[in-house]
Write a protein that binds this ligand. Structure first.
Ligand SMILES: [Zn+2]
Length: 282
């Protein structure tokens, strides 16, 4: 077995054998179908999440950590992109049900260690609710790996804001082989807070308008993005380079392999402790 295991490309006996042989973890890519400026296609978050999952699973194989890659969940929380042609969304209510049903399906087959690999910032608040609700109601812990967070040191070295279809995301798309029309890349709403204020929308100087903002802040909801960023880019896509994207990939992939390795070993230890009555869980 030299190829990463992509769940929906396998027959059921193959999946059955893989589970019997021992799977350390399942990666569930979450993307979005939403505008990514004039320079990248709507499937960019799906492409990134799937590609990162496949590369992580391939690295895992080399490192002795066996992973399955689940189907990419494509249409997600993108209501604030609906002013741009082609964007699609689930309502947040529906999305929470989808997350639960997807996780339940994998758990049903005895897959214990599941990690959501999220490629879309707009999913983060709902995914955080979803995984906490999942623990609350099932006792199962499902972590979320956002590439922006797991490669935060590399992204933090950039001196442009990290919001949408900007330097970091465009660089990552380039490195992973997504279609990128660099001639069309643009800079827009570079200071999202100022763009909100200039658009005459409710604004506060303490608002956290940039994912990498640090310091005293209040959390503000997303904006209907076209009100503040006519091109759909929030940040500076013109600064994107394949080399920057490769540094993000090189930071992210081994760390996610480590996450799965650690979770798998501690999950097994917890299960055997519970089986021998040494567990503290009730
Ligand atoms: Zn994106």
């Amino acid at each position: 077995m030299n190829e990463p295991l992509e769940l929906e490309r396998m027959t059921w006996p193959e999946v059955d054998r893989a589970i019997a042989d021992g799977i350390d973890g399942v990666l569930v890519p979450f993307g979005s179908v939403e505008q990514h400026g004039p320079h990248m296609p709507l499937d960019t978050d799906c492409f990134i999440a799937h590609e990162l999952a496949m590369r992580t699973a391939a690295q895992g194989l080399r490192d002795g950590v066996r992973m399955l890659v689940a189907p990419t969940i494509g249409v997600t929380v993108s209501w604030y992109h609906m002013q741009y042609a082609g964007s699609m969304r689930l309502t947040t209510d529906t999305f929470l049900h989808v997350v639960r049903d997807v996780l339940d399906s994998l758990v049903h087959h005895g897959l214990e260690t599941i990690v959501i690999l999220n490629g879309h910032g707009g999913n983060v608040p709902a995914l955080t609710v979803a995984i906490n609700h999942y623990l609350e109601t099932t006792g199962r812990r499902i972590p979320v790996a956002n590439w922006l967070d797991l490669a935060s040191d590399v992204v933090g070295e950039l001196d442009t804001p990290t919001i949408h279809a900007e330097e970091a995301e465009t660089s990552l798309a380039l490195a992973l082989g997504q279609r990128v029309e660099l001639d069309e890349a643009t800079r827009d709403a570079f200071d999202r807070g100022a763009a909100v204020r200039d658009a005459g929308l409710p604004w506060t100087s303490f608002g956290r308008y940039d994912a990498s903002h640090r310091g005293p802040s209040v959390t503000v909801p997303m904006d209907m993005l076209r009100d503040v960023a006519p091109s759909g880019v929030v940040g500076d896509a013109t600064r994107a380079t394949r080399a920057t994207g490769e540094r993000i990939v090189e930071a992210f992939v081994p760390r996610l392999v480590q996450v799965v390795r650690e979770l798998a070993s501690t999950t097994r230890a917890g299960a055997s402790a519970a089986a021998t009555g040494r567990g503290t869980a009730s």
